[in-house]
Design a protein around this ligand. Structure first.
Ligand code: G3P
Ligand code: CA
Length: 335
């Protein structure tokens, strides 16, 4: 669906171009320029239409034009990274005939992979969203991160979140081990094939210490404001390439302050077309959405053709900003 022209998309492109011209004139040297790519991140896959964090939701997101598919990580008692948003199984998992008592309730980190693999994470969706229900969602399993890598290999871009990392020691090391096993570490560094995100600065700083070349996104919770996030940008820029604020905290001041530090801005979770248009006009560099088709339609012809190209262009723009910033710093130091 990338490249589809819509009247709304054309209007949005016009608005974005006009605002970009204004922001460009005001941007300090070395600042990230606002005319760059807007990345379409399928939040838990196309989770508005299919059960979150299932292959059905990921496949659909990719068909709908998502540049990235998102994974939230939890770790099982036996140390396996699985893809599930909540720390507990209760909201989205249902027992099946294979399940023992309690296998599909409670904390993921207190279950073995074998227990978790008995659970069905599709049925809840059919009950909650009958308008999108499909019989084939019944019985869908929680994927491991390794199964996600095995299915898509290097054909997609991954946007991976370390969830509650303080409760799962070793999560970051295991993530990097799997990225190494599937040959994803270098393409992550070179062309943002994997972006690693977290609400936890400590988790991202740990990844940064393990491998400073990896691109990291610092998430900020909805309890923050534009101002409180701005106050943390200098510290964030020491290890991250971008920020993930709640959509309600994004304004021109935050985008300008982030771009002045070469930090990309990827708000979450943006589901309405009008909100998407507003955020694009504010100059964001991408966004998480449960409805990647809507963002693709809003972007229209300005959507980048090809997800690999989109990620590579985003990396290049960020890298160019950092290069210019460094040259500016050296020039002012006379070195
Ligand atoms: O990772 C971006 C966004 O997903 C953060 O919120 O709770 O949906 O993981 P959450
Ligand atoms: Ca997330």
């Amino acid at each position: 669906m990338h490249g589809a022209t819509t009247r709304r998309g054309a209007l949005s492109a016009l608005l974005a171009t006009a605002l970009a011209a204004v922001l460009l004139a005001a941007a300090p040297a070395g600042a990230k320029q606002p005319e760059d790519v807007v990345l379409n991140v399928g939040h838990r896959g196309a989770s508005g239409y299919a059960p979150e964090h299932t292959f059905a939701a990921y496949d659909l997101a990719l068909r709908m034009g998502a540049d990235y598919i998102e994974q939230d990580l939890q770790m099982t008692r036996d140390g396996v990274l699985v893809v599930l948003h909540d720390e507990t199984l209760d909201r989205t998992a249902r027992p099946t005939a294979e399940s023992g008592p309690g296998d599909c309730t409670g904390l993921v980190r207190e279950k073995t992979l074998a227990q978790i693999k008995t659970c069905d994470v599709g049925s809840w969706f059919n009950e909650a969203y009958p308008q999108y229900a499909r019989p084939e969602y019944v019985g869908l399993k929680i994927p491991t991160l390794e199964e996600v890598f095995q299915r898509y290999r290097k054909s997609v871009n991954y946007y991976i979140e370390t969830k509650s990392p303080e409760a799962a020691p070793g999560m970051e090391e295991e993530l990097l081990r799997l990225m190494d096993e599937y040959g994803l570490r270098r393409p992550a560094a070179e062309r943002w094939q994997v972006l690693i995100q977290s609400f936890s600065p400590a988790s991202l700083q740990k990844v940064h210490a393990l491998d400073p070349s990896l691109p990291l996104i610092q998430l900020f919770s909805g309890t923050e404001t534009s101002e409180t996030i701005q106050a943390r940008l200098d510290a964030t820029a020491a290890y991250a390439v971008g920020i993930g604020p709640s959509k309600d905290d994004v304004d021109a001041a935050l985008v300008g302050a982030a771009h002045a530090r070469c930090l990309d801005v990827h708000p979450y979770t943006v589901n309405e077309s009008a909100e998407m248009e507003g955020l694009i006009a504010t100059g964001v560099d991408g966004m998480f959405t449960n409805f990647p088709d809507r963002l693709d339609a809003v972007l229209g012809e300005s959507a980048i053709d090809g997800r690999k190209r989109a990620a590579a262009l985003a990396e290049r723009a960020n890298d160019a900003c950092r290069g210019e910033e460094e040259r500016g710093r050296r020039a002012s130091n006379g070195t």
